[in-house]
Ligand binder design. Structure first.
Ligand code: NAD
Ligand code: DAU
Length: 349
């Protein structure tokens, strides 16, 4: 199968592409605009694989996207490209509206035109997998979980634009018969995550002896999922998911932010002891994120019972592996801190 993946130079996309190329015979066309979050270094180990092609294209460029479909003739689309960071969406929502809403609209338009031109046998197996987030469901109190039928109630500019893109994708199924499937996933962590997100930010700041900024009192709760488990889930949905359905994907690993950061500090104490004291002493409570959702938790009964997927990696083991990865891949994140990756990613060095 030839799979067109958008946003493949980002965190989840790069892990997904590596997983696909190493565990299947699929071919991958990676469409990425190479924003600040897109880093081809994250796929340096597979860049020469003859089954992998990178197209430096903006999904919001309709003509360019039509060209990609015409040139490569994919059997499926996995749409991950997005502006993904909540704090950035608060400071500058325009880019989120442009990529997550307008970009998804143009991608869907190009996909429908292409799909309608397919011979009936290929059209029957074509899929458009739209990858989204649990943040579209809003926030939870002390109890309960998000299911596929939880009403949408997004709170941040990021989640509002992801909600809009989910509605567009579903409308393109209902109105134009594009074979869309939607997934909504909880917080991912693992290798190659951009150091603006909680876990890599904390690891890298700790290694630099900087303070670790925990928002508010650190009592907000997230449901953590190792990125490889997400990649496995996306492949399972693409292969066996039902057209027109939504699948929630979660790690069944809820933690308060402060507890997660403390666990991370203990792992660092073990793997890379400080000269003076323990890493926990670097924790600093800072003013809260505006509109900060209190708790996310996913009920993943549907994907478990229908598609037989469940997370394989437990939180403590994969957290340790992740810390170890950042300790042993300093070049990857140091080039981001230095800004050099921006030149490398645009082919200027
Ligand atoms: P990321 O920010 O690490 O990567 C996004 C990628 O999209 C980058 O490579 C970037 O260059 C590319 N991109 C951005 N705008 C583009 C455009 N206009 N055209 C083409 N490419 C563009 O994001 P991520 O954390 O890997 O998330 C991937 C997807 O999964 C997103 O849709 C996100 O909403 C969703 N998601 C993420 C998480 C998470 O915890 N990270 C959880 C649930 C869902
Ligand atoms: O739930 C899925 C979502 O998870 C994805 O859709 C988003 O793309 C992804 O960025 C992530 O969103 P969050 O806002 O939950 O992730 P972030 O890493 O920014 O923050 C995780 C929690 O940690 C959140 O409660 C805010 C808190 N936090 C974050 C940062 C960056 C801090 O306390 N300090 C920080 O410096």
């Amino acid at each position: 199968m030839k799979i067109l993946i958008t946003g493949g130079c980002g965190f989840i996309g790069s892990n997904l592409i590596r997983h696909l190329l190493t565990s299947s015979s699929h071919t991958v066309i990676n469409v990425d605009k190479l924003t600040y979050a897109g880093n081809p270094n994250s796929l340096a180990d597979v860049a020469e694989d003859h089954r992998y092609t990178l197209c430096h294209v903006d999904i919001a460029d309709l003509e360019a996207m039509r060209g990609v479909f015409a040139q490569h003739g994919p059997d499926a689309v996995m749409h991950l490209a997005a502006e993904s960071h909540v704090d950035r969406s608060i400071d500058g929502p325009a880019a989120f509206i442009q990529t997550n809403v307008v970009g998804t609209f143009h991608l869907l338009t190009a996909a429908v035109d292409y799909y309608r031109g397919l011979a009936s046998q290929r059209a029957a197996s074509f899929r458009f997998l739209h990858v989204s987030t649990d943040e579209v469901y809003g926030t939870l109190g002390a109890t309960g979980e998000f299911s596929e039928s939880t009403p949408y109630d997004p709170h941040s500019p990021y989640s509002a634009t992801k909600a809009a893109s989910d509605h567009l994708a579903r409308a393109w199924k209902t109105t134009y018969d594009l074979p869309v499937i939607v997934t909504n996933c909880s917080n991912n962590f693992g290798p190659y995550q951009f150091p603006e997100k909680l876990l890599p930010l904390m690891i890298i700041k700790a290694l630099g002896e900087q303070s670790l900024p925990v928002y508010g009192k650190g009592e907000n709760i997230r449901d953590w999922l190792y990125v490889l488990d997400h990649a496995r889930a996306l492949c399972r949905v693409l292969e066996n998911g039902r057209v027109g359905q939504t699948y929630n994907i979660g790690g069944d690993s809820q933690r308060r932010n402060i507890d997660l950061v403390r666990s991370l500090c203990s792992i660092l104490d073990e793997l890379n002891p400080r000269r003076d004291g323990r890493y926990e002493q670097l924790i600093k409570f800072v003013p809260d994120r505006p509109g900060h959702d209190f708790r996310y938790a996913i009920d993943s009964t549907k994907i478990r019972s229908e598609l037989g997927w469940r997370p394989q990696f437990d939180l403590e083991t994969s957290l340790r592996q992740t810390v170890h990865w950042y300790l042993t891949h300093r070049d990857w994140w140091q080039s981001i801190l230095d800004g050099n990756y921006q030149l490398q990613r645009l082919g200027q060095v």
